[in-house]
Design a protein around this ligand. Sequence first.
Ligand SMILES: [Zn+2]
Length: 199
Amino acid sequence: MPRTCSLIPLKANEAYANTSYSDIPDIIQLTPYVENAVAYIAGYVAKTLLKRLDCSTCAAALTQQNTDHTDNVYHLTETKNRGGLTTPSQSTVAVCSEAEKCFRRMKAVQPPSCEKFADTVMLCTTEDVMSRQKPIFAELHDHMFDTEPENNHIIHLVKAVAQEYTRIRLYHWGKEYTSSISESKIRKNLSKLILFKHQ
Ligand SMILES: [Zn+2]
């Protein structure tokens, strides 16, 4: 669960609310290692959403049967696949990569503990992905017309993937954050102990 920013003064929060994420330059390039990790997390995202999605057409677009072995981003997923990890489709991985980039861009201007952080990342990702030249979840293009325009399943799916990715990402950020606190606490306690011993 994302923490609320109770420690951050209201004024700072207001300032963040006025920050337009589209103003932040998109300079983030993911390293091949990060891309692999993103594809791996995308497998969890797909697995989680498969259980939650009501629409079987959309659910089918989350995963793919055969991974393209020449595609390096699937390397980690392939390696770990013995445990039955779901292979995410290229579109699922693409949304997760964009979510990772948005996560990094947002993190530079506001703390991930902020209340609206997850929503901002989700909206930023959706906007970036939907404005791409190459259509996302192209196989769902016809399916889009099965539904009402205000209930566009492609947008719903992109949002769901981005939201789940951010949720997992925030969980890990929380763990990193907590461990950094405890590390500094241990260091503090250790230095106190050393001081005490030298007295
Ligand atoms: Zn659908």
